[in-house]
Design a protein around this ligand. Structure first.
Ligand code: C2E
Ligand code: CA
Ligand code: CA
Ligand code: CA
Length: 278
């Protein structure tokens, strides 16, 4: 048995080393990626459910890795949050999204909100509001068209969150709580947070059949939001049944593959033109 143990021990260690090596490689690739502008944004529309109009887009980051191809955020955002690279990356995302919005406005597209995800590290960053203010000024982005998405976990330090959110609101930007329902935010505090909107997490939208527990959760969130004067967006809408259910609950906006997957800016422009014709 001693021998078996030794082999297990060795294989455990070589796996550890492999993971550590992968991580170090990824980290050095990430630093180069920031210098060489290997990141791109994909855009996914937000649709107003009573008018059918496109009222906004969410900017979602991708990494065009020279060897590994196009990587989704799940494969690198967690590491950037760990090592702090999310700060320069997050700043790049904000700037690129605001620039894109300005370019679309200049090209005569109807005004749309631009939603950008903030990470916990960014939320805690010193003088975050000042940084965002300077990005708004540099890019000519009208503040009321920028929407910042935070998650419930960022609100666990209630006083800090209220303070930070108030500073952001003072810029004139919109704020939404992303993935709503998956965190452990205390509902009692919700009324104290200066936010504009809740985004119902995709996991509750997947199974919206009458009588399902997800249907009850979505109904409860939309009615609570109405009482708190918050807007609601449902994420992950993929079919007509979900859309009908959400309309019946007076959910304002929806986002999901039903309309389109997140796509690069040039494809989004084509998609939008076609959408306007139908
Ligand atoms: P999220 O903010 O909840 O973004 C929505 C995710 O759901 C996106 O995945 C989108 O592609 C996917 N999605 C949208 N509609 C549907 C649908 O109908 N069905 C299904 N199955 N999926 C749908 P993506 O682009 O892989 O992004 C994953 C997460 O990465 C985001 O979740 C967000 O938390 C994070 N992320 C993306 N970009 C950024 C960024 O610039 N900064 C930060 N901090 N996080 C980001
Ligand atoms: Ca989001
Ligand atoms: Ca979300
Ligand atoms: Ca989500």
């Amino acid at each position: 048995t001693a021998k078996v143990h030794r082999n297990e021990f060795q294989s455990y260690h070589s796996e550890m080393n492999q993971t550590t090596r992968d991580k170090l490689r990824l980290e050095s690739d990430l630093r180069k990626a920031l210098e060489n502008e290997q990141f791109t944004l994909a855009y996914q529309p937000l649709v107003n459910l009573s008018t059918g109009r496109i009222v906004g887009v969410e900017a979602l980051v991708r990494w065009q890795h020279p060897q590994r191809g196009l990587l989704p955020p799940g494969e690198f955002i967690p590491l950037t949050e760990e090592n702090g690279l999310i700060l320069p990356l997050g700043e790049w995302v904000l700037k690129a999204a605001c620039k894109q919005n300005k370019a679309w406005q200049d090209a005569g597209m109807p005004p749309m909100r631009m939603s950008v995800n903030l990470s916990m590290r960014q939320f805690r960053q010193h003088k975050l509001a000042d940084r965002i203010k300077s990005i708004l000024e540099q890019t000519g982005m009208p503040p009321e068209y920028l929407e910042l998405e935070i998650t419930e976990s960022m609100t666990s330090d209630v006083e800090f969150a209220i303070d930070t959110l108030s500073n952001l609101k003072a810029l004139g930007v919109q704020i939404s709580i992303d993935d709503f329902g998956t965190g452990y935010s205390s509902l009692g505090y919700l009324k104290r947070f200066p936010v504009d909107k809740l985004k119902i997490d995709r996991s509750f939208v997947t199974d919206l059949t009458e009588g399902s527990s997800d249907a009850a959760i979505v109904t409860t969130i939309t009615s609570m939001a109405r009482h708190l004067k918050l807007k609601v967006t449902a994420e992950g809408v993929e079919n007509d049944d979900q859309l009908r259910f959400l309309r019946e609950r007076n959910c304002e906006e929806a986002q999901g593959y039903y309309f389109t997957k997140p796509i690069p800016a040039n494809l989004f422009e084509h998609w939008y033109k076609r959408y306007l014709q139908t």
